[in-house]
Structure formats: structure tokens, C-alpha cells
Write a protein that binds this ligand. Structure first.
Ligand code: IVH
Length: 718
């Protein structure tokens, strides 16, 4: 059973669109917070399994309600922002992530999807490798002429940290590769990790030295590798397993297992639990064998990774957003623990949502100390779902209760259940506040006019006067995927907000000028130095021009995540065009509204949110002031110089030389948009045998029609 099914009060299929939207939004926030703690602070508060459960639920919501597939699709992101301490190294081949699966069915589907994509019939051979997923941090080692020249962390996938000096101190990382057949350029990728025994010894030393212990082996490994002083890294017995590669001037093998064997012959460590499997049954059997031996391995793993063995098939399968289609991480189930709920605190989010957080008696769940957990919303605490249906057998959650906490992945843990036998006799039901704990405005649960349902989230009605909302909006504005202003993190924003120096986004860009004129200069305040102020102002200056998609994302329009912001940026090209369209789209029957909702990935929910945002006079005022300071620049579209770039293509009929998915992926790679139906806006219809009404329509509209050969001739490849 999957982690999310264990903990989920309500299956995704039973959610109303409004509930799904709310939950999707709440999850996006939770996940972002966990990412921040994990990547920026090296201090996660939830287990990997919990984190995965959150992400899985998030993806399930998007699968069931595709209109939610907006930018908040955290599925688009990989990993962490690069820390400033180290030089940066740009990965010549991006370091991507893995799609996750949790159940046997997920593995079955993964294999079926691949068979469909490649049109390999059931029964025809298809081989996978299966190996442990090491819970460490990934590292890319670049060897030139057999010598180690650089080592980089994954960072954001495109650019990592240069940790070469530290990597050289790792015993498992050879300075020179062995053998005569090492390619001239050979980028080996793998995982740096710590054994349980070494982790325990390091923590003992930390505590003896009066330093805080590391939460788990992975954090200790990360902390050890990212040391400015290599001598410290050298004193920590880090280990390394090779499992993948980046740039290679020649390929030593045509299979995944052959590559691993080659790395092994070059003198690198590879995982002994790697096995070839030719069926789902064999894959699952290996998964369970590894799971059974997990405790004896001596190092942390969090699942099993399956990879298509034939590299030419890997190439055909390609990637989807951040992960390869040819691999799956089959994660181990979430872990649970029992502890006492000491208090419930309410955190007010950017959109005014009152989010209840459980303050727990600290408890270790799967190696991480947990003291906070989400309680989702008011109904969840009352033991009912958003539709009034009982959850957790209708049991409510009270302060003083002994509760079951679930931690999965690197995410926020959740309170899963109550141990009723242990409920104190004098406990009382929790009364959810009906006023905002920050600004004291009324907090209400709106009724959705479309569905007539009450929102499961209670929101502060304070809007602009609520300082919590204003602060959270500002934090979002400067966050990593938005303006990403170095030196202006959450704490600084709070400080500058409290001092009334930054109340709205535009204030950020007039701060330097006001500071120069001001009496109480920042550089003279406690906690600020001349250099930090100068660096901050430089960082702000550098953002006066910013990618259009980031600008759109930064505005914090509900439902506009990074992906949607990118879609909008690509579609409209300039902010002014978006703004005009949003204003014209007030008329839902008009052409502009249709145009907005015809952008793939943008549904009515998103379109409505855009229209609402631009309708507000105070947003208009803010935008005018902000645009006087900042210039959003159109984003670069991947490929613009191909014969089909910018064109809308429809594939119809049966394709014989490529699968439908391959055709779509190819067209999109070449900068074309792929549509499902033919309209006047269609530029090209690629019709295979058996094409029916779409072909007729194309003829009717005078759209260019071609067969598969014509398509290959046009795009210049076969
Ligand atoms: S393959 C293109 N194999 O898991 C993806 N990754 O969640 C190549 N990881 O970033 C990665 N063990 O840090 C691969 N046996 C394994 C792994 C593994 C751990 C990590 C790796 C990756 C992350 C993705």
C-alpha cells in the first residue's frame, strides 16, 4: 500500500474540484517549505518517505484534475539552489531526478508505459536493472584522460558546487581511473554516503566537541562534502557508489549493466545489489529482497531504482520534465511513530489560509527528529473530510492526545491518527479560531459559487492589512524560483517589513536610494555590516531585469506556479501582452478568454485567477510601481530556428515509424505546439493511415497536411 493511501483521509477520486484545488495549493506550500529546509538549511523536518507521500499526493491530484497542473508543479524542479560558498560548475549534461513509484501497481504501470511508448508487445523481451537507491547526495566526477579534474554536486541540476578538493579526499573516488579503455572524457555520477557506523562515530565526536549532532547520515554526508576546509572532509569517512554518467567521449558499453561493469573495471565502487530483471515479478522480488536486507546493509537506502538496460531504448524514451522515462525509483513505505500533541499553532499563509500545525513532543521517525506536523485544516482536526464525511473513524484531534505521526520522504510529517485509549479524561475538542491570529480579522470559509461547497480552508479576510499575508507574499516574491535575491531571505524580509522599509515588492527596488537618504542606515544596524548591505543592494540591482516567467511567478497569483508562469510567458511574450489579455478576458464569452484557456495546461481555474488578479485596483497600482523599477525580459524558447518552431501540429491516424508519444516529444523538442484537435490555428496536420475527421477538418480549413515521411523530410531527420 502506498504511503499516501495509508495516510490519506480521502481518495483523490472522491475530491471535489475545489477541494482538490485547496489541497493542491496547501501541498505546494508544504513541499516548498520542506525543500527550503532540506536544501537551504540542511535541516529537514520530515522523512524522505513523508516527503514522497506529499509529492505523490500532489501528482495524483494533478493527474485527476489536470487543470491544476500549473506552475506549482514542483515536478518541474530539481534540487537545491547553489550555495554561494563554492565556485560553480555547469553540468554539460544536466543532472536530473527520478520519478517515484510506491506500489507494485506503480511498477507494473511503469513497465507497461514503456512497452506502450516503444511498442514492445507483452511477452517480447524487455530487460531492466534493479539496484538500491542510496540515500546520500549525488556527485558528478569528471575524468579527462583518466584523471579526476573536477567534482560537482547536483545543485539545481544545471549547475552544481565545485567540491573537487573535497572529493579528492574520499577514499572510494580514484584520482586516476584504471585500464586502457577509459574514454578520454568520462563523467561518472553516483552517490556520496556515510555508513551507519561512521555516522554514529561522527555524531559522537560532534557531541563531544559541543556541536549539534547531524539528523541523519545523509545530512552528515552533505555537511561533510560541502566543507570549505577539505581537512574536515578528509576526517569524515565518506563513501561513493557509481551508478550513472554525464558527458562521455565514447561509450564503453551499450547497456546500463555494461556501463556499471565498465565503471567497476575502471576502479570505481558499484553497488553489489545490482541485478538484471526481465519481468515485473523479478523486479518486485528483488525489491523485496533488498527491503528485507535493508537493516543489514550498513548504510541508508530509501528504495530501489529500476532502469531500462538497453541504452538505445533509454535514448528513445528520453525525459519528461525533470526525470528520465526509462527509470523509476520504487520507494520504501513511510515510517510512523507515536508521540504526544502538545499544542496546535496556526500559521497564516500568503493567501490568508489558516494552517494548523501540530507541536509534538519530539520523536524520532526513521532517523529524523520530528516536532512539527501538519494537521491540514479545520475539518481534518474535527475528524471529517471537506465533504462532511468522517475520516479517521470520525475521531477528532485534541491537544494532549497521543497521536500517530507519519513521515515520508523529505516532507512535512502529518498527524495520521489518534490513540483514543490514551486520551486524557479532561481533554476538550479543539476550537479552531474564527479570527486571524495575526491581524484579528474575521477568518471565514468561503462557499464556492460553482459547487456550492464550503472551502475546507479557513482564510483571513484581512487581505492587505494582514501583515502575515503581506510578509508571506514578499517572501514568495524574493524566493528561489521567483526573484531569488541573494541576501534577502525570509528573516530579512520580516525584519525589513517590521521596520516598514519593505511593505510591497516595489519597495525592494527603492531601498538603496531610501537608505542613502535615510537617517538610520541599514549598515549601522545590528546584524548588518557594510559588506552585507552592499552585497544586498548589488543583488537587488542585478534583478532589475528578470525573466518574464519568474516575474509572473513572483506575483503570487493563486494557481500560477512555475510551469504555468512559463506557459504564460511563452504564450504572451511580454508582460504587457499578458496584462492586456487578462483585462480583456473579464468577458468569459469573449475570444481573449478562449485564447487564455486554449493554452495547453491552463484551465478555467487558472484563467479565472489571472482575471481576478488583474481586476484588483491595488494590484494595478502595485504593478505600475513595480514595472517602473523592473523590466521583465521575454524568456528564451528552447528551439526557435527549426522549420516547425512556433507552429501548431496535430498528429492523427496511425503512425508507423514512431509512437504518438515519440512524435509529440519530437515536435515539442523542435519548438512546435502539439494540439489534440484541428482548428483554424492549426498549421500542420501529420496524417497516418486511417486518419478520419481531423483530416477532413484540416482540408476544410486549408491546413497543410503531410504524411510521416513528409514530416521527417520537413524537420530534416529520420
Ligand atoms: S540514477 C537521471 N541510481 O536519487 C537520473 N540515482 O531521486 C540518474 N540516487 O539524483 C539517477 N541512488 O542522487 C540513480 N542507484 C541510483 C541512485 C540514485 C540514489 C539518487 C540520485 C538522484 C536521486 C533521484
Amino acid at each position: 500500500m502506498s504511503a499516501d493511501k495509508l495516510s490519506d483521509p480521502k481518495s483523490v477520486d472522491r475530491l471535489t474540484p475545489q477541494e482538490a484545488r485547496d489541497e493542491h495549493r496547501a501541498l505546494a506550500r508544504d513541499i516548498a517549505e520542506h525543500d527550503q529546509r532540506y536544501y537551504q538549511e540542511d535541516a529537514p523536518t520530515v522523512s524522505d518517505a513523508d516527503y514522497d507521500a506529499l509529492r505523490q499526493r500532489y501528482e495524483a491530484l494533478e493527474d485527476r484534475f489536470p487543470e491544476l497542473r500549473s506552475e506549482e508543479s514542483l515536478t518541474q524542479k530539481v534540487g537545491a539552489k547553489v550555495s554561494e560558498k563554492f565556485k560553480k560548475i555547469r553540468h554539460r549534461v544536466p543532472m536530473l531526478s527520478l520519478a517515484n513509484g510506491f506500489t507494485d501497481e506503480d511498477v507494473q504501470e511503469f513497465v507497461e508505459r514503456i512497452r506502450r511508448f516503444l511498442q514492445i508487445k507483452d511477452g517480447a523481451p524487455l530487460v531492466f536493472t534493479a539496484e538500491p537507491k542510496i540515500d546520500g547526495l549525488s556527485l558528478s566526477l569528471r575524468y579527462e584522460h583518466g584523471r579526476l579534474v573536477s567534482a560537482a554536486t547536483r545543485g539545481d541540476g544545471a549547475e552544481g558546487e565545485d567540491v573537487t578538493a573535497n572529493a579528492r579526499t574520499v577514499h572510494d573516488i580514484p584520482h586516476v581511473l584504471k585500464g586502457h579503455d577509459v574514454p578520454e572524457i568520462c563523467e561518472v555520477r553516483g552517490e556520496v554516503y556515510l555508513s551507519h557506523a561512521d555516522f554514529a562515530a561522527i555524531n559522537e565526536r560532534q557531541e563531544a566537541a559541543g556541536k549539534p549532532p547531524f539528523a541523519n547520515p545523509r545530512n552528515a554526508a552533505a555537511g561533510s562534502l560541502r566543507q570549505l576546509d577539505s581537512a574536515i572532509t578528509a576526517s569524515r569517512p565518506l563513501k561513493f557508489f557509481a551508478y550513472a554518467w554525464g558527458e562521455m567521449s565514447a561509450m564503453p558499453s551499450t547497456t546500463q549493466h555494461g556501463m556499471i561493469a565498465a565503471f567497476n573495471s575502471f576502479g570505481l565502487k558499484t553497488n553489489p545489489w545490482t541485478k538484471l530483471c526481465s519481468s515485473v515479478e523479478e523486479m518486485l522480488a528483488h525489491y523485496h529482497a533488498i527491503e528485507e536486507d535493508r537493516a543489514n546493509l550498513g548504510y541508508d537506502i530509501d528504495g530501489v531504482v529500476y532502469k531500462v538496460d538497453d541504452l538505445s531504448l533509454q535514448e528513445r524514451l528520453g525525459f519528461v520534465s525533470r526525470s528520465p522515462r526509462w527509470a523509476l525509483a520504487h520507494k520504501f513505505p513511510a515510517q510512523k511513530a507515536v508521540t504526544v500533541l502538545e499544542d496546535i499553532e496556526i500559521f497564516v499563509g500568503r493567501t490568508g489560509s489558516l494552517n494548523p500545525v501540530a507541536k509534538l513532543k519530539p520523536v524520532t521517525v526513521g532517523g529524523v527528529v520530528v516536532s512539527n506536523a501538519t494537521l491540514h485544516n479545520e475539518d481534518y482536526i474535527r475528524g471529517i473530510g471537506g465533504d462532511g464525511q468522517p475520516i479517521r473513524n470520525g475521531v477528532d484531534i485534541r491537544i494532549g492526545d497521543t497521536v500517530v505521526v507519519l513521515r515520508a520522504g523529505d516532507v512535512i510529517p502529518k498527524v495520521l491518527d489518534v490513540v483514543l485509549d490514551k486520551r486524557p479524561a479532561d481533554s476538550k475538542p479543539y476550537v479552531f479560531p474564527t479570527r486571524c491570529p495575526v491581524c484579528d480579522s474575521h477568518a471565514v470559509r468561503e462557499v464556492n459559487p460553482r459547487t456550492g461547497r464550503e472551502d475546507s480552508v479557513r482564510r483571513c479576510t484581512g487581505g492587505l492589512i494582514c501583515s502575515a499575508q503581506a510578509r508571506e507574499r514578499l517572501k514568495h516574491f524574493v524566493s528561489r524560483n521567483a526573484f531569488d535575491i541573494e541576501g534577502l531571505g525570509g528573516q530579512r524580509i520580516e525584519e525589513l517589513y517590521d521596520e516598514k522599509l519593505i511593505l510591497q515588492p516595489q519597495d525592494i527596488f527603492t531601498l538603496a536610494e531610501r537608505n542613502a537618504r535615510g537617517l538610520q542606515r541599514l549598515e549601522n544596524r545590528e546584524g548588518w555590516g557594510g559588506t552585507s548591505v552592499k552585497n544586498l543592494f548589488n543583488a537587488i540591482e542585478a534583478r532589475r531585469s528578470i525573466d518574464l516567467n519568474r516575474f509572473i511567478f513572483a506575483l503570487g497569483i493563486p494557481h500560477i506556479g512555475e510551469t504555468t508562469a512559463k506557459l504564460l510567458a511563452r504564450h504572451f511574450g511580454s508582460f504587457e501582452a499578458l496584462r492586456e489579455a487578462a483585462k480583456a478576458a473579464v468577458d468569459h464569452e469573449g475570444e481573449t478568454y478562449d485564447d487564455l484557456t486554449s493554452i495547453g495546461g491552463i484551465g478555467e481555474v487558472v484563467a479565472d485567477a489571472i482575471v481576478e488578479f488583474f481586476k484588483e485596483a491595488h494590484n494595478e497600482t502595485m504593478l505600475d510601481a513595480l514595472l517602473a523599477q523592473v523590466k521583465p525580459t521575454p524568456i528564451e524558447v528552447a528551439l526557435t530556428d527549426t522549420p516547425v518552431a512556433g507552429k501548431t501540429v496535430v498528429f492523427t491516424g496511425s503512425l508507423e515509424q514512431m509512437t504518438r508519444e515519440e512524435a509529440k516529444a519530437m515536435a515539442e523538442r523542435l519548438g512546435a505546439k502539439v494540439a489534440g484537435s484541428v482548428s483554424k490555428k492549426t498549421d500542420i496536420v501529420v496524417a497516418g493511415p486511417g486518419a478520419g475527421s481531423k483530416l477532413d477538418k484540416a482540408r476544410e480549413f486549408g491546413v497543410q497536411v503531410m504524411d510521416e515521411d513528409g514530416w521527417f523530410a520537413l524537420v530534416g531527420r529520420k
